[in-house]
Design a protein around this ligand. Structure first.
Ligand SMILES: [Zn+2]
Length: 459
C-alpha cells in the first residue's frame, strides 16, 4: 500500500470511529419472579461436580457397552449409568413427596452404521406434572445425553469418561429436576436424559417421534451438550454459552417455505424465538453466564439431539460452551508429547455448569409459569394501509391476563420494542407491517410471558 493510500485509509478509519455506534434498542424486561429466583439460588456446583464424577466412574457409557445385571451390579457400563440416573431422579421425587414421575423409554435399535447388532437403548426421564389440569398438557423439556464414547465409536470396553460430552448436559437435567421439583408450576416440565447420541441421535429420535405420535404439546426443548466450560482456556469468552437455533425449520412444508420466502421469515422459526426467549430470561434473572445466540442449527460438521426434536416440528435449541477443546472430546484418555487427551472432569468448570443450569432452570420455570402462546395470530392484509392490524385467538387454557405486541426492525437480530395491549384479541399498531417484524405473546397476572407468535397474513 502506498503512503498516500495509507494516509487515506487511516483518516477514513478515524472518521469511521468517530461516528456514534448505533446501540440497538432492547426489549424492556419484566420483573423477576421471586419463586424462580429462589430456585436458582438452590443450584449447587458441588452437586453438579458430584454427579459428573459419578457418571465418569462408570468407566464407559458407550451405548453399546454392557447393560446386563452383572455389569449393572459391578457399576460399569451404560446399564449401571442408566440405573443410577433413575435412582437419582427417584431420590429427588422422594424429597418432594413423590412429585416426579420417573419413567423410561426403552426400545431396540436395529443394526446401522454405528450399531453392529440389535441394541436396547433406554431414555430416562422425570415428569413434574403441571398443577393446572388444562395447562399440564403443555410441556417444556430439558435434555442431555448420558452416553459417551472415546476415539472408537465401537469400543465397548475402553474408558470413555465423557465428563463434558455429555455428563455436563446430563447434570443440567438432573440439577434442574432437583431444584425445580421443590416448586409448583401450572405447565409440565420434563427432565430428560437420552442415550444413543454418539451412535446417531437414536435416543432423542425415538423420544421425539413418540412425543409427536402421541400428540404431546411440547412448547420448548433445551438441549445441553458440552456445557462444561473448558477450563484450560480461562478468559477466552469463558463467560458465554452458545445457544444454537435453526433458521428455516427442518419440518417446514412447501407452503411454509413459500411464506418464509415471501415475508422474510428466515430468522423467525419457533426455535429462534425460543433462543431469543433465553436471551430475555438472562436479562431478567442476571444469571452468571450470558447466552451468545448463534443463528445456525449447530456447529460445522456436528449434530445434536435438538435436531431430532426440530425434525418433529418442536422448537428446540442447543446450549454448548463458548470454545471447545477437541483434545478433550471423543478421545482415548492418554498423554502424548506432554498433551493430555480425554474428556476428564479436571477440564470441567463446575461453576460455569452451575450458571448454565441457572439459565436453563429460569427459562423452564418461566415458560412453565407462563400462559400458552396466543393461537392463530394474523396480520390483516386486505387493504393497502400504513397501520397494522393484528388479530389472534385467546391463549388456550385460560391463563392470559393480557397480551403484548413486540416488534423489531427487519434487520435486527432480537426483539426491540413491546407494547402491552390488555386482554383483547385485536389491536392496530401505528407502524407499517412492511417495515418491522411483529410478534404477539400472552402474559399472566404475575408478568410471566409466553413464547411469541409471529403473525401470518390474512386477506
Ligand atoms: Zn455430545
Amino acid at each position: 500500500m502506498g503512503a498516500l493510500m495509507l494516509l487515506w485509509a487511516s483518516t477514513f478509519a478515524a472518521a469511521q470511529s468517530s461516528f456514534p455506534a448505533k446501540t440497538r434498542d432492547q426489549l424492556p424486561v419484566g420483573a423477576a419472579d421471586p419463586q424462580i429466583a429462589a430456585a436458582l439460588k438452590d443450584v449447587s456446583a458441588q452437586r453438579i461436580q458430584a454427579n459428573i464424577e459419578k457418571l465418569v466412574n462408570f468407566g464407559t457409557r458407550l451405548t453399546l457397552s454392557a447393560q446386563d445385571p452383572a455389569a449393572i451390579a459391578s457399576g460399569k457400563g451404560i446399564g449401571a449409568a442408566r440405573e443410577w440416573i433413575k435412582s437419582e431422579f427417584e431420590s429427588y421425587s422422594k424429597d418432594c413427596g413423590g412429585c416426579l414421575e420417573v419413567k423410561t423409554d426403552a426400545f431396540v435399535e436395529q443394526p446401522a452404521d454405528r450399531i453392529p447388532q440389535p441394541t436396547e437403548i433406554t431414555n430416562v426421564y422425570a415428569v413434574l406434572k403441571g398443577t393446572d389440569p388444562e395447562n399440564a398438557k403443555r410441556i417444556v423439556l430439558v435434555t442431555g445425553h448420558y452416553d459417551s464414547r472415546n476415539s472408537d465409536t465401537l469400543d465397548t470396553k475402553g474408558d470413555a469418561p465423557g465428563a463434558n460430552d455429555d455428563a455436563s448436559g446430563t447434570a443440567v437435567s438432573l440439577e434442574c429436576a432437583r431444584v425445580l421439583s421443590k416448586h409448583k408450576f401450572p405447565a409440565t416440565i420434563i427432565f430428560l436424559t437420552v442415550a444413543g447420541e454418539e451412535q446417531g441421535l437414536n435416543g432423542s429420535k425415538h423420544f421425539a417421534e413418540m412425543a409427536k405420535q402421541q400428540g404431546w404439546n411440547i412448547e420448548a426443548v433445551l438441549n445441553n451438550d458440552i456445557v462444561g466450560g473448558d477450563k484450560p482456556f480461562p478468559g477466552i469468552h469463558q463467560n458465554v454459552v452458545r445457544v444454537f437455533s435453526e433458521g428455516i425449520p427442518a419440518a417446514a412444508t412447501d407452503a411454509d417455505l413459500k411464506l418464509i420466502r415471501g415475508l422474510g421469515g428466515e430468522s423467525d422459526s419457533p426455535s429462534r424465538e425460543l433462543a431469543r426467549y433465553v436471551s430475555e430470561i438472562y436479562r431478567t434473572y442476571h444469571t452468571g453466564v450470558p447466552p451468545m445466540l448463534v443463528f445456525r442449527l449447530d456447529r460445522y460438521l456436528r449434530g445434536g439431539d435438538h435436531y431430532s426434536f426440530n425434525q418433529q416440528s418442536f422448537a428446540a435449541v442447543r446450549f454448548t460452551e463458548h470454545r471447545e477443546d477437541f483434545n478433550h472430546q471423543h478421545q482415548n484418555v492418554r498423554n502424548e508429547n506432554g498433551v493430555q487427551y480425554g474428556d476428564l472432569p479436571k477440564f470441567v468448570d463446575f461453576d460455569y455448569v452451575a450458571e448454565v443450569v441457572r439459565l436453563n432452570a429460569a427459562a423452564l420455570a418461566s415458560l412453565a409459569s407462563a400462559p400458552a402462546p396466543p393461537a392463530n395470530v394474523h396480520v390483516l392484509t386486505r387493504n393497502l394501509e400504513n397501520d397494522s392490524t393484528l388479530t389472534w385467538e385467546p391463549s388456550p387454557a385460560g391463563r392470559a391476563a393480557a397480551y403484548e405486541v413486540i416488534w423489531r426492525d427487519t434487520s435486527s437480530p432480537d426483539w426491540e420494542h413491546a407494547q402491552r395491549v390488555g386482554k383483547v384479541t385485536r389491536t392496530t399498531m401505528k407502524l407499517s407491517k412492511d417495515n418491522v417484524i411483529f410478534g404477539v405473546r400472552a402474559i399472566d397476572a404475575h408478568g410471566h410471558r409466553s413464547l411469541p407468535v409471529v403473525p401470518t397474513p390474512e386477506r
